[in-house]
Design a protein around this ligand. Structure first.
Ligand code: CTP
Ligand code: CA
Length: 230
C-alpha cells in the first residue's frame, strides 16, 4: 500500500540539518573518523522536505546515501568545514538540527607527507586539539525564535544513567530540544532503527518508541514545529 501522504505543515519553514560524521586528517592518507552513517540526518532532511520545508542538508562522508528529493545538499569533510557551512546556512533558518557526529578533537598538525614507520620499532604520539562546539556556537548566536535541536548518543556509566547524562547535556548545550539515543544493541550506529528520548528545555521528556529513523524524524519535526508556533 502507498504510505499516507504527509501533512504539508512545514510549508514556508526554513530548516538546516547536519548529517554524517566528520573526518579529521592526520596525513595525506589517514584521518580520525567515527561510525556515523548519516542515515538519521538524511531521514530528517527527507521528511522535512516531504512536509513542505525549505531544506538545506550539510553532510560529511555520506556520499553513498541517495540525496533526498527537493533538498539542497552540501558535502563537507572536517568539523571546521561543517561549522562554516552550518553557520552560514543557519543565519536565516527557522530550525537547525545538528544530527552530524562532529569530531571533538582533530590532530594538532596535518603532516604534509605520509607518516612512516621508523626502524627503532617506536610509534608516534599524535597531539590533538579541540574542535569548536558547533551547537554551542549556534545557541550563542541564535536569532529570535530560532529553534535549535541537538542529538546525543549516550550510554550509562558509574556517573549516572543515559537520561542523567542527557539532561546534563541539554543544560550544558542550551539547545531547545535534545534527541537522545540510548546506545546499545540494535540502536544508534549503523542500523536502521533508533530508540531514545526527546528532551525539551522546558523540562518535557518524551520517550521515542523503537521505530525507523523516519519515524524519529517525524517526532523531531512535530516537536520543533510546536516550539516554532509557541
Ligand atoms: N556537536 C557539535 N560540535 C561538536 C561536538 C558536538 O555541534 N564539536 C553537537 C552534535 O552534532 C550533537 C550535540 O552536539 O548535536 C551533542 O554531541 P555530543 O558528542 O553528544 O556532545 P559533546 O558535547 O561533544 O559531549 P561528549 O563529551 O559526550 O562527546
Ligand atoms: Ca562529542
Amino acid at each position: 500500500a502507498e504510505p499516507a501522504a504527509l501533512p504539508r505543515d512545514l510549508e514556508g519553514v526554513r530548516v538546516v540539518v547536519s548529517a554524517g560524521g566528520t573526518r579529521e586528517p592526520l596525513d595525506p592518507v589517514r584521518f580520525l573518523g567515527n561510525r556515523s552513517s548519516g542515515k538519521q540526518g538524511y531521514a530528517l532532511a527527507r521528511v522535512a522536505a516531504q512536509r513542505g520545508a525549505e531544506v538545506r542538508l550539510v553532510t560529511a562522508h555520506s556520499a553513498e546515501l541517495p540525496e533526498p528529493a527537493g533538498v539542497d545538499v552540501l558535502h563537507v569533510s572536517t568539523a571546521l568545514e561543517l561549522e562554516q557551512a552550518v553557520r552560514a546556512a543557519a543565519s536565516d533558518a527557522d530550525v537547525v538540527v545538528m544530527a552530524a557526529a562532529v569530531a571533538d578533537f582533530r590532530p594538532a598538525e596535518l603532516a604534509t607527507h605520509k607518516i612512516k614507520k621508523t626502524d627503532d620499532g617506536g610509534a608516534p604520539t599524535v597531539e590533538l586539539v579541540r574542535n569548536p562546539d558547533i551547537l554551542a556556537g549556534l545557541v550563542e548566536d541564535r536569532k529570535d525564535g530560532q529553534v535549535i535541536v541537538g542529538f546525543a548518543a549516550e550510554t550509562g556509566d558509574e556517573g549516572g544513567d543515559v537520561l542523567h547524562h542527557a539532561r546534563a547535556k541539554l543544560k550544558r548545550k542550551g539547545c531547545d530540544l535534545l534527541v537522545v539515543n540510548a546506545v546499545g544493541e540494535g540502536t544508534a550506529f549503523e542500523v536502521e532503527d533508533n530508540a531514545g528520548w526527546l528532551l525539551a528545555a522546558d523540562g518535557t521528556e518524551r520517550p521515542i518508541p523503537l521505530g525507523s529513523k523516519s519515524q524519529l524524524a517525524a517526532e523531531v519535526w512535530n516537536a520543533a514545529l510546536a516550539l516554532l508556533k509557541a
